[in-house]
Design a binder for this molecule. Sequence first.
Ligand code: F6P
Length: 355
Amino acid sequence: MRIGILTSGGDCPGINATIRGVCKTAINHYGMEVIGIHSGFQGLLTKDVESFTEKSLSGLLNLGGTMLGTSREKPFKKNGVMSGVDKPALIARNIEEMGLDCVVCIGGNGTQKTAAKLSAMGLNIVSVPKTIDNDIWGTDFSFGFDSAVSIATDAIDRLHSTASSHKRVMVIEVMGHKVGYVTLHAGIAGGADIILLPEIPYDINVITDVINRRSREGKPFTILAVAEGAISKEDAKLKKKEYKEKISKRKYPSIAYELAEQIQEATDKEVRITVPGHTQRGGSPCAYDRVFATRVGAKAAEMILEGKYGYMVAMRDGETTAVPLEEVAGKLKMVDPKCGLIKEAKTIGISFGDE
Ligand code: F6P
C-alpha cells in the first residue's frame, strides 16, 4: 500500500512523534510506502510531497513542531490558496494521480471537519487528533495537551515567588481557544488561587472579593490563571454576534489586560500580566505525549491495514480506539463545570470567579 500523511492547523508538541509512530509501523511492520505531504491540505492541492524512508524518521521522537510543515488551509472554504478552483475535486484527482490508498490527516477540530468531508466524498481518510486545547470530541485526550499544561504550570510556578515578594496580583493568560482544559489543569498544578474558564462565566466582584479577603487573611498576593476565552457573566448573556462585536471593539489586547485594569481599580493591589502565548505550543513533547503520540500513530497505521477508513483514532479509558469521523466533525468538547476536578478544586479553596 502507498499512503500519504499530512499535518494541518496549529502545531503542538508531539506531532513529529506521531508521524514517526505512523511511519515506522507502516513502513517497518506492514511494508507500506509513505509519502509525506507538506503544509497540510495546501500540499495536497499543489502535490508538494516527499517520499519517506526509514532514515527520514530518525530524531523525530522529541522534536517540537512538525517536520512536514503546516497551514490553516481549509479546502472546503473559498479563501486560502487557489481561490476559484474546485479544491476538493483537485484533492481527489491528486490523491488518485499520486496513487495514494489512504491519507492520514493529523490535526485539530478544523482538520477533523475537513477529513470528514473528504471521507464523505469517498476518499480513504484516517485522522489523528492533535491539539494543546484538548477540545476534540470523541477522545479523552489529544497529544500536545499534557506538554502545554506542563509549560503553563512551570510559568505559574515561577510567578509565586515574585508575586509574594512584591505582594502583587499576577494574572497569567493561558491558551486553549474556546475551552478551559489547559487553564484548569495548569491552574491546579501551579497552585493558582483563582481560575477563570470559558465554561464558567465570572463576576469581577467575586474576583476582587477573593483578592481582598486573601489580603485580610495575611496573604497579600494572588495568582489568577485566566483562559484566553474566559467570559464575564454579563458578556455571557449577550448574543454570539453582539459578543463578537464587543470583543472586536475591546481596547485591550486580550482578556488578561481587561481583568488587570478592573482589579487594579477595585483593590489597592499592583497587578502584573504574563502571557506565555505560543511558548505553550513550542519545544519538545513531554514523556506522556511521546508515549501517547507513538500509540495513536501506530493505531492509525493498523486502521489503514484493516481498511478502517473514515475514522479518527481516539484514546478512551487509556486504550486506543476508532471513532467515526462523522460523529466527531463540528463538535467541541468543553470542560464540564460540574466535573469532579472542579468540585475538588473548589473544596480546596480555589475560586472560579463565579460564587
Ligand atoms: O488551537 C491551538 C491554539 O494554540 C489555541 O490555543 C490558540 O487560541 C490558537 O491556537 C492560536 O492560533 P495561532 O497559532 O494561529 O495564533
